[in-house]
Design a protein around this ligand. Sequence first.
Ligand code: MG
Ligand code: MG
Length: 624
Amino acid sequence: MRTAIATVSLSGTLEEKFEAIAAACFTGVEIFENDLLSYSGSPADAKRIAGDLGLEIVTFQPFRDFEGLPEPARSRAFARAERKFDLMQELGTDLLLICSNVAPDALGGIDRAAEDFRLLGEKAAARGLRVGFEALAWGRHINDYRDAWEVVRRADHPSVGLVLDTFHALARKTDLKAIRAIPRDRIFLVQVADAPLLDMDYLNWSRHFRCLPGQGDLPLDDFMDALGATRFDGILSLEIFSDRFRAGSTRAVAVDGRRSLLFMLDELRKRGGGELPGVAPLPERSRCHGVEFIEFAVDDAFQPGFETLLRGLGFRRSGQHRSKAVTRWSQGGINLVLNAEKEGFAHSYNVAHGSSVCALALRVDDAEAAMARARALLDQSYRGRIGPGELAIPALRGLGSSLLYLVDQKTASLWETDFRAVEDDGDTLPAGLTDIDHVQQSMPYEEMLTWLLFYVALLDVAKSPVQEVVDPGGVVHSQVVQTADGALRLVLNASQSRRTLSARFLDGIVGSGVQHLAFATDDIVATVERLKAAGVDLLPIPENYYDDLEAKGLAPEEIDRLRRLDILYDRDGSAEYRQAYTRSLAEGFFFEIVERRGYVGFGAVNAPIRLAAQTRFARPASPL
Ligand code: MG
Ligand code: MG
């Protein structure tokens, strides 16, 4: 299968789109008519630019309201088609995509439509061109690919073929079995798009909310399995109408598009027994065994107060980097790295974003294999300066220009090679924190799908459905990416409102990043008592919250204890969740403490309470 992308999927001018599409290693492009209309050059110029970039124009689209028209509209539609054929010849493409008629005066009837297509096929063939027929989910008479196929079959002309579009078939939940019986040479093009499940009309759902394969909720794999049964070896093209992508970066969306297809096709290859013509196998997705460390880029103003907070949380300084101003702080299975270097990556990060998390390090089985997959998926690798005797830990560019390190058995010895153990100079008592429970990253709304795809394509993780959390300043969209065993849980948050805490955090650190880290404890009551005794500022929870807890079946003494310690509570069946928060630092970053008893969620019911409490203590919203 060859891969292409429609110009409508990207923002920018036609030239910018071509460049981004070629840079993302596509070899084909569908030209959306509006992109040509708004282009200042001629169709021949567009052909030359695409050709110079190694791009083949695989189709010109869309041609609307063609089949089943009464005279004189019918003759006018044929004349209109001839003018498009002229343009296609200048453009150097041989395929015209015709979508099913939505006009009120269109007449029904498979035979009538087939007759129109047979005649158009003859006209196209006379010029060496082809036409492909696509059923729109909202077509007036033809809105089902099975009917479009019947039109093509009865037109019985080699220059007339079928165009399949995953959105139109899956949005209507059309049975996919019939795809398996279509001869593959009659399928001229397959357009691919995913979408979130939304309860709205097909047209608006399609025009504004499409997304890349793997980013939405449609059963694309079922569609691809049916297509695979035909042994289709033609062009698979992304056609993504999306308000988000039109607000996003042209290059990033093109790369995401390519990544989504590589991932989807590799999964199809595996389900089909290992081989798919034209699809090179990718290395397996890496299993992730948790977070090895979290690195903070800190400056002199931030570090002392932050270290005091870490001590209050029960961390002790356990290692000093052999050649750099970098220290390791530990408790239970948690490693935090404070990087105060005055040059290099962390320093640049600190200058650009302020004191914040600059890197996550994930434990994987085989870091080199993970990197090989990442490179195949067009992820950006990163190489820092390595001191003598230090380990080179493979790294990728992650969210908001932070780094994602991949640590395996071989490089886990970094704590011995790069660090020397130190006897802590403070008098820290451990607070019972055992592990990193989850990492929460905030990002602009347009970027959320990018990072969702990044993690899901690279690692053996699954994504949860989108949750909407109400913040006093607006709605925050939240989606979780996690391993089946919970060793890694990443919570991705984005908001469109500038007034949510999530958005204000982005303003504060000038970009995306880790807004909070949640630590696990086996006994949150003991942990929080320790933190309070150590003088850690915990987020005060309003009294009213606790009046409501009785409904959850807690004993009054337990409710009193939670109230006294500012602990939030949730129950799901017999599973229980208890959580507490530190006050936010000036930068908006905070820590969370959680105790899970069989609970798999994140206390979403408590999020509005927490957000309201944090908002009361936050700096005023930026005036923009
Ligand atoms: Mg389409
Ligand atoms: Mg949380």
